[in-house]
Design a protein around this ligand. Structure first.
Ligand code: NAG
Ligand code: NAG
Length: 226
């Protein structure tokens, strides 16, 4: 899904012209949990959301590897540095990178070839908060992950405030697929997640049943605790 790094100059200029006339996508992030969630986005930063509050961000067309997640049980020191039980991003309220597992992820690659957005909910970095991701226009399907994953988390994967992905815990190719396609597949652990969240990206090559598309230019809504 990534663009090649060495585009010929003319192609780069065309791409810039194209993006200049394409609108950013809007993401409405809503906390329906009965606890505070410190929402986070890369790119986009972060914000505290009490129960019922929402936050709207825009993400530039052509952005790949965008993700939105929630952090739980954050505390702040006198210097404003935060420490969150799940999803922490180096102590920053406004994240400048990804969060620490376990964290349920909404992932996006916008305005890809054929004018498509790609999106999914992933538990490849574990699960902390139930999530729903809905395209708000263009009639595309929503994805949801709200099964009892924390409650039923296998002992080996249990983590304060969430349930880890086995790759985080064991760090071997069987779970991480670092050696690429053909070297890994679904496992007992990935099936544990898939059974409870069938729409969800449950191991690193789980594209077939969990990567969705919508026309570029779509806006999205992300709900914590749908
Ligand atoms: C939050 O919701 C859960 C599940 O519905 C419930 O068990 C819990 O008591 C609620 N907590 C508060 C603080 O309202
Ligand atoms: C926050 O931490 C408290 C105390 O450890 C725990 O009871 C509670 O479930 C946690 N809240 C969330 C949202 O994880």
């Amino acid at each position: 899904m990534n663009f090649p790094e060495n585009l010929p100059l003319t192609v780069s200029l065309l791409a810039i012209t194209f993006f200049a006339y394409t609108h950013a996508a809007t993401f409405d992030i809503v906390n329906q949990c009965n606890y505070t969630v410190w929402a986070a986005a890369s790119p986009g930063g972060g914000r505290r959301l009490d129960q019922g509050q929402s936050w709207s961000i825009s993400i530039a067309p052509g952005t790949t590897q965008a993700r939105i997640w929630g952090r739980t049980n954050c505390t702040f020191d006198a210097n404003g540095r935060c420490q969150c039980e799940t999803g922490d991003c180096n102590g920053l309220l406004e994240c400048q990178g990804f969060g620490r597992p376990p964290n349920t992820l909404a992932e996006f690659a916008l305005n890809q070839p054929n004018n498509m957005d790609f999106f999914d909910i992933s538990i490849v970095d574990g699960f902390n908060i139930p999530m729903e991701l809905s395209p708000t226009d263009n009639g595309c399907r929503r994805v949801i992950c709200n099964g009892p994953i924390v409650e039923q988390c296998p002992d080996e994967l249990h983590s304060p405030g969430g349930c880890n992905n086995p790759c985080t815990v064991f760090n071997i190719n069987e779970y991480c697929c670092t050696e690429g396609p053909g070297t890994c597949g679904p496992t007992t652990f990935s099936r544990f997640f898939k059974d409870r969240c069938p729409d969800t990206y449950s191991y690193p090559l789980d594209d077939q049943t969990s990567l969705f598309t919508c026309s570029a230019g779509t806006n999205y809504r992300v709900v914590f605790c749908p």
